[in-house]
Design a protein around this ligand. Structure first.
Ligand code: ZN
Length: 133
């Protein structure tokens, strides 16, 4: 897989309402987009920090992936997303290398990106997302 840069860091938060002003103050950067991703049962908020974004993730369903994460681990870094030319190709390549995939094929994520996740059990404990435009 050829990664061009870190596209974003995903951070699980309990409340966007509380976290957005905190991050705006911390970074000196305004949140530029808030978007619900129904498929993943989250509401997301984005900050552009150089070429990399911070994606805050608030759960909309306690049984969803972020709801479960918050329940188990509390707030904090949830995943790292690498920008690749094609998420579909990157997932296929990861599979041929024996990595465990959460998504066999890319799906639509926030901001209309094509995304897919690799399972943390095959990535040294880090939930890895690949994404492409
Ligand atoms: Zn993400």
């Amino acid at each position: 897989m050829k990664v061009s840069h870190i596209e974003h860091l995903g951070i699980a938060v309990k409340s966007l309402e509380e976290s957005i002003p905190y991050y705006e103050n911390l970074l000196g950067i305004k949140c530029y987009n808030v978007e619900e991703v129904k498929d993943q049962r989250v509401k997301t908020a984005f900050f552009l920090v150089g070429e990399t974004k911070i994606e805050l993730l608030e759960s909309t369903d306690p049984e969803g992936p972020i709801g479960k994460f918050l329940e188990k681990k509390g707030e904090g870094i949830h995943h790292i997303a690498f920008a690749v030319a094609s998420a579909t190709d990157a997932l296929a390549e990861a599979e041929t290398q024996g990595l465990t995939l959460i998504d066999k094929i890319a799906r639509k994520g926030a901001e209309g990106m094509n995304i897919g996740f690799l399972h943390p059990k095959s990535t040294h404990g880090v939930l890895v997302e690949v994404c492409s435009k």
